[in-house]
Design a protein around this ligand. Structure first.
Ligand code: ADP
Length: 603
């Protein structure tokens, strides 16, 4: 603080801060001219040499005549007030800087006036200068929006609401703005409302483009002929039309993939799904079976790849319907089979012609010779004649067998072949057949043995057909067994079946041919079979006869060691008290039948 002696006589200019001088003096001059008090804020130097803000009121004073004598000034320290104002100005500047730097247009208003705008807002609403009436902004909005009514209807609600409201506005010139607005408060009272407006035209265009692209991709997926699904741990998130069509479901989304998977594949598919997630690898094609809503099993091929969908790993699965391919494969197989059958058939006819010609040639030759000797009584010539007769008979048997077999096969094929079942002691029947061929077998330098585990077993069979079966098997055993070998006919019984096996120590059958010998017209080796005549019908007929008894026939063989044919017959009887006694030795034409069945063996 100055004392009067400090200041009296000094120039006032020395105490006023130089920047405030002009302003202060003009106020003083004004006070002098108007003869009124004037107030000015200026900085003055205090005793310490620092300047402080003061409020100075200069008032003129007058003499008795009313002439101006001078001015007196009252000073008040306003340093604190100035500091507060300065702080406030700083805050306002900060606020202005903030609203200027945001990317959106900003406007603050109360219910009458615009309180604040940033320059972007002014630009958006074409406002020039610092001030603008609220009405002008509303007019501009009304004139420029594509659909102003909707916005103005909404505006009522917006003004009432306290929370943040936002929306999009489209202008006539194709721009899109996004607004956010909120009430603002000061000292717990509504101060006004702030609007932030962003130009999102570019973003919207990009979004539209993206949407279009997405729609395009979706269309691609939708129209793909192959079924496609996207799933997360088996839960279907997306499925295209082909996927829904293949399983006959209208909407697959939300369903579990496992619902449509065949049980046999559930485990392996779950393992594959785990693998996609754990290792992030694309899974190669795998054949699977799926089941549609009608329970049909569909052969498919499936591949899967992991895909990052908004940060979540899901599985994209492509499915190929294999039905058509399988059908083609089946058709191709059937065609191959048909072609193979055709090939075998023509081979058969070539073979059968040979089979028919050979005995006929022999018979014809013998007949011609017989013609020459027919009237000669010489005993030697008589012997020759009886040899020719024998030869003719044997060859007639061969022809007969062939024709019989062909007739039977034709009957079986057309369903006219009947069996006449009777309750028969199958052990005695078999034993009798073996006994009756013993002499023939021995003629070829072979031995035949019969063995059974039971003395008697009555089952229902057609004895004639059993005879055909056994004679055929024994005849084959003779044909394919060298001199000195043996044939064993064994019968074993259990509760349900009777097994009759014909085993030989002959040349055997190569493994790869075992599956073919029961096929019609097949012979293992054409060149070999030429030593042993045959048509390739025998075993297929035997098989058909066994199957007519609801039985089965099987073969095991080792090349060079021998073969064993096993006939398994169900041990059942028909309802009759009689047991047919079949006495083979007296059955009419029996010897004839053996001759016929064995006719091939003579060469
Ligand atoms: P085939 O009238 O030609 O004998 P089969 O149908 O009876 O016709 O037999 C078919 C083929 O099976 C024979 O050609 C022969 O190659 C083979 N086969 C049948 N039985 C035997 C056997 N016991 N030992 C070796 N091969 C056999």
């Amino acid at each position: 603080m100055y004392t009067p002696s400090d200041v009296v006589g000094n120039n006032i200019v020395d105490y006023i801060y130089k920047d405030d001088l002009k302003k202060t003096f003009s106020e003083i001059m004004y006070a002098i001219q108007t003869r009124e008090s004037k107030r000015v804020e200026c900085r003055v130097r205090i005793k310490t040499g620092n300047f402080v803000w003061v409020e100075a009121i200069f008032s003129p004073f007058f003499d008795q005549e009313g002439n101006l004598s001078g001015l007196y000034g009252v000073l008040r320290d306003i340093e604190d007030r100035k500091k507060i104002i300065k702080e406030k100005d700083k805050n306002i500047e900060k606020f202005k800087a903030i609203i200027e730097s945001t990317k959106g247009g900003i406007c603050v208003h109360d219910d009458k006036n615009i309180l604040e705008m940033n320059s972007l807002f002014k630009k958006m609403f074409r406002i020039e200068g610092e001030q603008c009436a609220a009405e002008k902004i509303l007019d501009f909005t009304r004139n420029n929006l594509k659909d102003p009514d909707t916005f103005f209807n909404r505006l009522e609600g917006i003004f009432k609401s306290k929370g943040i409201r936002n929306g999009r506005l489209e202008t006539k010139d194709g721009k899109v703005y996004e607004y956010y607005t909120k009430m603002i408060y000061k000292d717990k009272h509504v101060y006004g409302r702030i609007w932030q407006i962003f130009d999102v035209t570019a973003q919207v265009k990009y979004e539209e483009k993206l949407k279009k692209k997405e729609e395009q991709y979706r269309k691609f997926f939708e129209l793909m002929p192959d079924p496609i699904i996207v799933h997360k741990n088996g839960l279907i998130l997306y499925a295209n039309r082909a996927a829904e069509e293949i399983v006959k479901v209208e909407n697959l989304v939300g369903r579990s993939m496992l619902d449509f998977l065949h049980d046999d594949f559930k485990k392996i598919v779950m393992e594959r799904v785990k693998e996609t997630y754990e290792n992030g690898v694309t899974l190669p094609w795998l054949e699977e079976k799926i089941i549609d809503m009608d329970g049909n099993i569909i052969d498919v091929e499936v591949a899967a790849t992991p895909v990052d969908l908004d940060g979540e790993i899901v599985s994209l699965v492509v499915i190929r319907d294999l039905r058509q391919k399988k059908e083609l494969e089946r058709n191709r197989m059937m065609l191959n089979e048909a072609m193979e059958l055709e090939r075998v058939r023509s081979e058969f006819f070539a073979n059968i012609s040979h089979e028919l010609r050979t005995p006929l040639n022999v018979i014809l030759g013998a007949v011609q010779l017989m013609q020459i000797y027919i009237n000669n009584e010489d005993t030697k010539i008589q012997e020759k004649l009886s040899k020719y007769v024998k030869m003719m008979r044997r060859n007639c048997y061969r022809l007969l067998r062939l024709v019989n077999n062909l007739i039977d096969i034709t009957k079986i094929d057309s369903g006219y072949f009947e069996i006449n079942q009777q309750n028969v002691d199958i052990i005695k029947l078999s034993e009798d057949i073996v006994a009756s061929v013993e002499e023939y077998v021995e003629r070829f330098g072979l031995k035949i043995f019969f063995k059974t585990d039971r003395k008697e077993r009555v089952i229902a069979v057609d004895p004639d057909k059993i005879e055909r079966i056994l004679l055929n098997l024994i005849s084959n055993a003779i044909k394919f067994t060298d001199v000195g070998g043996s044939i064993f006919v064994n019968i074993s019984n259990d509760e349900k079946y009777v097994k009759i096996s014909v085993k030989d120590t002959g040349i055997g059958i190569p493994k790869e041919k075992l599956g073919l010998i029961f096929d019609r017209f097949r012979q293992v080796d054409k060149s070999l079979s030429r030593n042993h005549e045959g048509s390739g019908i025998g075993l297929s007929l035997v098989k058909a006869l066994v199957e007519m008894h609801d039985g089965e026939i099987a073969v095991t063989s080792e090349e060079g060691e021998g073969s064993e044919f096993t006939v398994i017959l169900p041990a059942r009887t028909i309802e009759t008290k009689d047991i047919s006694l079949v006495d083979r030795s007296i059955t009419n034409g029996y010897v004839e039948r053996i001759n016929i069945e064995f006719s091939d063996i003579y060469s």
